[in-house]
Design a protein around this ligand. Structure first.
Ligand code: DLZ
Length: 284
């Protein structure tokens, strides 16, 4: 009995070694240098291999994070809405300012940036959907109004031209020159801005999930670019750093204002969406 037990242990040991050898060899074969993985070992105290990351010769990488070097787009013909929540107002104000600043510097005119607010982030999807629908209504009514205006001035001309002093013409012509130079077409993009700070309950998770899905749904259902300006942060400090208010590092000691990225995204997407609507697809 003792002999049988010893013999079976011997057989098991032999079999394990036989199986183990090829496994070890395979692992050694796999241990070829893998630069894409080694690059992540930045924090390792003793790197085993020299890390060299080759860059594309014509492109310089400013940062690993973010949308890369900003693209320049002419936003002068765009009409954009910013729909924002009012919870965490200090951060919201900074983000809205950042988005506006970026759009203005891309040529969007102040009068073509329309602001609307709602109490909290949970209200954003419906508000974005309805505000966009309102702009579509404006675009059709303004076309009709322009038509009526042109017709009225045409009648005025028929009644004797601009020198006529008749009461009838006076009532048909506008008393003051038109001041409102703002565009009236449906919004080219809508930026939804909210700040969700995680608390102790599950509120954060439910709202963050519902709002992200809701905004995506509005975007795909309506075809208008909806820029996702919802900060979902674990603390007020994280939020402040993402609004450019405090707590950043290095060159951006006050943090980076994400609203600026959203403003640029709105311009880029608005311009591209217009081109796509005309069957134009850019090569870059
Ligand atoms: C209720 C709530 C909570 C707890 N936290 C936030 C928040 O951090 N950021 C935000 O924008 N809104 C918050 N809200 C309000 C909800 O979004 C929503 O306005 C209310 O539940 C009413 O629908």
């Amino acid at each position: 009995m003792y002999f049988i037990r010893c013999y079976s242990v011997y057989v098991i040991v032999l079999a394990t070694c036989a199986l183990d050898l090829p496994v070890q060899r395979t692992c050694q074969q796999q241990r070829q240098p893998q630069p894409h993985l080694e690059a992540h070992a930045e924090s390792s105290p003793k790197p085993r291999h020299k890390i060299s990351i080759k860059q594309h010769p014509r492109r310089t990488m400013a940062s690993l994070k973010g949308p890369g070097a900003p693209q320049r787009h002419d936003g002068s013909g765009l009409r954009v809405a910013i729909v924002h929540a009012r919870w965490n107002t200090k951060m919201i104000d900074a983000l809205v300012d950042g988005a506006k600043k970026a759009m203005l510097s891309s040529g969007v005119k102040e009068e073509n940036i329309i602001l609307e607010s709602v109490p909290g982030s949970y209200e954003l999807p419906l508000a974005v959907q309805r505000v966009y629908a309102a702009s579509q209504i404006q675009s059709t009514t303004s076309t009709v109004a322009d038509g009526v205006g042109n017709l009225a001035s045409g009648i005025g001309d028929l009644l004797g031209g601009s020198n006529s002093q008749t009461d009838l013409q006076g009532s048909l012509q506008p008393s003051e020159p038109k001041k409102d130079q703002s565009l009236k077409h449906a919004f080219d993009a809508v930026i939804a801005i909210g700040v969700l700070i995680k608390g102790e309950s599950m509120h954060f998770e439910y709202i963050a999930d519902a709002v992200s899905h809701g905004l995506m749904r509005v975007q795909l259902d309506s075809g208008v670019p909806v820029i996702f300006g919802l900060l979902t942060v674990l603390s007020e400090g994280q939020g402040l750093a993402r609004c450019g208010l405090e707590g950043g590092t290095g060159k951006e000691a006050k943090g980076h204002n994400h609203g600026e990225d959203w403003g640029r995204a709105a311009v880029e997407f608005g311009v591209k969406k217009r081109a796509w609507a005309q069957g134009k697809i850019a090569t870059v």
